[in-house]
Design a protein around this ligand. Structure first.
Ligand SMILES: C[S@@+](CC[C@H](N)C(=O)[O-])C[C@H]1O[C@@H](n2cnc3c(N)ncnc32)[C@H](O)[C@@H]1O
Length: 210
């Protein structure tokens, strides 16, 4: 990891947080890793639940969790959570670890009617179709990396620095292109929206019908 490297997951946390309905009382973070997104959620949401199947990540996430952030070891494909109980279910860089046809209906089931499922995850490169966006992303990644590295000592801000636990975090490449994700997700969640984001990610958003 070079000095100009930075976290695309952190960059897209704000986009995920923007999907949470106003006045949300209870939100779930699926595959919370070291807990960065869950802690950001907990700054405004009265009850945040988070889980990850990696005990190492859960220990890391618990280290700095406030009392209203509950973190546990669990697997998205088997965890037993009360159906219909969350205003939003969020997930950052995890969906591409999961079989969509199995995972998405489970995540949707935890939402109350009107609740929002929002996930950012990694697509497989869709070449040559997405070559222009990937080239632009690579150039912007390096330019921003240089700017962040220069600004950190001056401002003291994190500026999307990788978490300390980054090297221990389970990662995986995307196996589906954004178009394939759109098709697979649409088959189990009618009305789902999936769009490609600049920095090697896609955004999936679905609102549970009332
Ligand atoms: C790339 S990390 C992302 C972590 C965090 N959400 C973030 O944005 O920094 C992917 C995480 O998904 C977790 N994960 C993968 N498959 C999972 C599953 N079936 N159930 C729960 N967590 C899972 C991994 O343990 C890992 O912490």
């Amino acid at each position: 990891m070079g000095i100009t490297d930075w976290s695309h997951n952190s960059w897209y946390h704000r986009l995920l947080l923007a999907q949470v309905p106003d006045g949300a009382q209870r939100v779930l973070d699926v595959g919370c890793g070291a807990g960065t997104l869950a802690r950001k959620l907990a700054a405004t949401v009265p009850q945040v639940d988070a889980f990850d199947r990696s005990p190492v990540m859960v220990e890391e996430a618990r280290r700095s969790a406030p009392p209203h952030l509950d973190v546990r070891v669990a697997d998205a494909l088997t965890v037993d959570l009360p159906p219909g109980s969350y205003d939003a279910v969020l997930s950052s860089a995890v969906l591409h670890h999961l079989p969509l046809a199995e995972a998405l209906p489970r995540m949707a089931g935890w939402l109350r009617p009107g609740g929002v499922l929002a996930a950012v995850a990694l697509p497989r490169p869709d070449l040559p179709r997405e070559l222009p966006v990937d080239a632009a992303a690579a150039a912007a990644h390096h330019a921003l990396g240089l700017a962040f590295a220069a600004a950190r000592p001056v401002t003291g801000a994190e500026l999307h620095r990788h978490e300390d636990a980054h090297d221990a975090m389970p990662v995986q490449d995307g196996e589906l292109t954004t178009r394939q994700v759109r098709a697979e997700a649409g088959a189990v969640l009618p009305g789902v929206r999936v769009r490609r984001l600049l920095f090697f990610r896609y955004l999936l958003v679905w609102q549970k019908p009332h």
